[in-house]
Write a protein that binds this ligand. Structure first.
Ligand code: GLU
Length: 190
């Protein structure tokens, strides 16, 4: 089982997310990654390996911003490599998601999204492209997220962020998801 941590608040997100990833290490994982919202865009660092080694290579703390999501992957679909590590993006690179679980109908969904460019072999990436597709219909982020999630079959805990939106959206089915409220912000933990 993988681990997810999300943070939105007044503190810099990356040190909190890194600590969260380290705290979730005991579950076992093969890759890790983090995406943080800047004033306009999303910056992401991810790779295969152990957190300490990935962090030495990529330096997660370079990521600046107060909203972010992070993931320890336990691969179920697609081999263990840097590209398959979470977070995953849509074609426009403005939506980032992390996912715990298995999307059972991902092949069927991917076929419907044939005009999208997929980078990874994961089942999870389809979620970002589904949100993108719903946004193209002119829906606000929240509604696009809800519509995308309603198309998923399987088990999931998902966190999503979007460039220009100061929020984290979360959903779960069959996977645990805990929301914690602190003085300085809100945590999402899977
Ligand atoms: N099914 C996803 C993958 O293979 C998520 C696995 C997990 O829960 O870590 O990337």
């Amino acid at each position: 089982m993988c681990g997810i941590i999300g943070y939105i608040g007044s503190e810099k997100a990356s040190p909190i997310l890194l600590k969260g990833l380290i705290n979730l290490e005991y579950r076992g994982y093969d890759s890790a990654g983090m995406a943080v919202l800047n004033s306009k865009s999303i910056e992401c660092k991810k790779g295969a390996g152990k957190i300490e080694e990935i962090n030495r290579r990529l330096n997660f703390l370079d990521l600046d911003g107060n909203i972010g999501i992070a993931h320890n992957r336990w691969a179920t679909h697609g081999e263990v490599n840097d590209i398959n590590a979470h977070p995953h993006f849509d074609c426009t690179k403005t939506i980032a998601i992390v996912h715990n679980g298995i999307i059972e109908n991902y092949k069927e969904l991917k076929e419907r999204l044939a005009n999208h460019k997929f980078e990874s072999e994961t089942d999870s990436e389809v979620i970002a492209h589904l949100i993108e597709e719903e946004l193209k219909r002119g829906l606000p982020f929240e509604e696009a997220f809800i519509n995308a999630i309603s198309q998923l079959e399987g088990s999931y805990a998902v966190l999503a962020i979007k460039a220009g939106e100061e929020k984290i959206l979360a959903a779960r089915k069959g996977s645990p998801l805990v929301v914690g409220i602190a003085d300085h912000g809100i945590f999402f933990i899977v």
